[in-house]
Design a protein around this ligand. Structure first.
Ligand code: SAM
Length: 449
């Protein structure tokens, strides 16, 4: 306490140089028996984003950095309104599976004596989180054209309003002692959706349940969610019976930031759900997509008017076999195609003769192909039948065209540190996202030519 400094009303403090919010959170963690290793500290300096965790001593692989007891988690089961949520579980069922947690968060967030108050004080304002769902539509469409993000956000916004109006609003209105319409609005709901999107965790199912059970609902894990993400991460969350443990996955040097992994996510997924991207080319998991319907359009172009009916028939067969669909996309990583089974089958069927198609239909997929033969790695793509490569190349050209005429300028901008320093955060993220995706597509195009 001796070295406490005056905050001057800035909210900045004091004992460890942490701001008040972080310091109250730290005390709360002790009060709920959340154990933090003395080798790490909460921090707000020199990190990739706002708050995070830093090593203050060298750490070896496999060390427990902190452990969170299960009763400190915030979920639809631990919240103080869990009984109401459980009683009305049927009416709170929704497509996303998130509604019960979001309603719990709306309640706890506005409850003056919530058990999680010091934790919820860390919930970012919409402008801090800056997910594309909060960007003006015009900016989203302009900066993210071709990337797939505007379409994904459009769908989210539609679903958010639908779930709020059809499920949440009636529930809130039926519980006027817990909720009031002035405070518990669609705007607060959206803020909590964003909080869940960017901060929640999902406990993996046991292996034997993977095919049968629905995924677990999301939960909030205090302290684990203060960690930032990079693809080259150094820690990972493990779920055990009594607690959740953050474990180092490789040595972490004193002074380094501790990074969790939010999953093997491409930059478009990071921007969509978390509001940031890794600078191109740092993201090892970066990927681009070719809409399945774009391959269909490419086939119509490549095979021409005379074979239009046959292409339509082939596409119908692929749709019926659930190998392709209107909304689906083929995913391309840096080392090759990630959705190999679907793209391989689509190229094969689209390039078949009519007789082969009949055989294929009769045998519901022909003979079992050897999985090794179905490879679409970069090495395998060069060896594909020329017609398959022509078809793939055309679908890549169509996909690249959707980004608009910005590709050359993008590359020049990214290569010029003075120019890119002038960009806003949104512009910088969008530029890195576009460059990552178009470079993957350009590379694949080269392999098909
Ligand atoms: N830093 C967050 C905070 O201060 O509350 C805690 C991590 S929270 C789980 C996830 C958010 O942190 C993301 O939505 C993004 O805003 C930010 N973030 C995480 N990793 C990042 C990174 N590598 N670069 C930039 N921002 C990052």
């Amino acid at each position: 306490v001796d070295d406490e400094v005056a905050t001057g009303g800035t909210g900045k403090a004091s004992r460890h140089g942490l701001d008040d919010i972080l310091q109250e959170f730290e005390s709360w963690c002790s009060s709920v028996n959340l154990e933090l290793s003395p080798k790490v500290v909460l921090s707000e300096d020199g990190l990739v984003d706002r708050y995070g965790l830093q090593a203050v001593e060298n750490i070896s692989e496999g060390e427990v950095l902190f452990s969170v007891p299960r009763d400190a988690l915030l979920s639809s089961v631990t919240t103080s309104i869990s009984q109401v949520l459980e009683k009305e579980a049927a009416s709170l069922k929704s497509q996303s599976g998130w509604v019960a947690l979001i309603v719990a968060l709306m309640y706890e967030f506005t409850c003056p004596n919530s058990r999680w108050k010091p934790y919820l004080a860390l919930c970012p304002e919409p402008d801090q989180l800056d997910l594309p769902m909060f960007w003006p539509e015009e900016e989203r469409k302009r900066l993210l054209r071709g990337t797939g993000v505007p379409e994904a956000v459009h769908l989210d916004l539609e679903n958010i309003e639908l779930e709020f109006n059809s499920v949440v609003q009636p529930f809130l209105a039926a519980h006027p002692t817990l909720f009031d319409s002035k405070q518990h609005t669609l705007n607060l709901y959206k803020r909590m959706v964003a909080f869940v999107m960017a901060y929640s965790f999902q406990e993996p199912l046991e292996e034997e349940d993977e095919d049968e059970k629905d995924p677990n609902p999301p939960i909030m894990v205090p302290m684990a969610d203060i960690l930032n993400h990079v693809s080259n991460h150094n820690a990972n969350l493990e779920f055990t019976k009594d607690c959740l443990k953050m474990i180092s996955t490789r040595p972490i040097a004193k002074g380094e930031e501790v990074y969790n992994t939010y999953g093997d996510l491409a930059n478009w997924q990071l921007l969509h759900m978390y509001g940031f991207v890794e600078p191109h080319p740092a993201n090892n998991n970066d990927a681009a997509e070719i809409q399945m319907t774009t391959l269909y359009k490419a086939a119509l172009q490549v095979f021409g008017e005379s074979r239009k009916q046959l292409v339509e028939k082939k596409w119908k067969v692929l749709c019926e076999m659930l190998l392709v669909g209107e909304e689906g996309a083929f995913v391309i990583g840096r080392e090759g195609v990630l959705t190999e089974e679907e793209l391989y089958a689509a190229l094969k069927v689209l390039c078949m003769s009519e007789d082969e198609l009949e055989d294929y239909q009769e045998n519901e997929g022909w003979e079992e192909d050897d999985a090794a033969d179905e490879s679409l790695t970069n090495e395998a793509i060069v060896e594909l039948h020329p017609m398959w490569r022509t078809l793939l190349a055309e679908s890549i050209r169509l996909t690249l065209a959707a980004y608009g005429p910005v590709q050359k300028e993008d590359e020049a901008m990214l290569a010029d540190p003075v120019l890119s320093a002038k960009l806003s955060r949104r512009e910088r993220y969008a530029l890195n996202l576009r460059c990552g995706q178009t470079s993957i597509l350009q590379n694949l195009l080269r392999l098909t030519e």
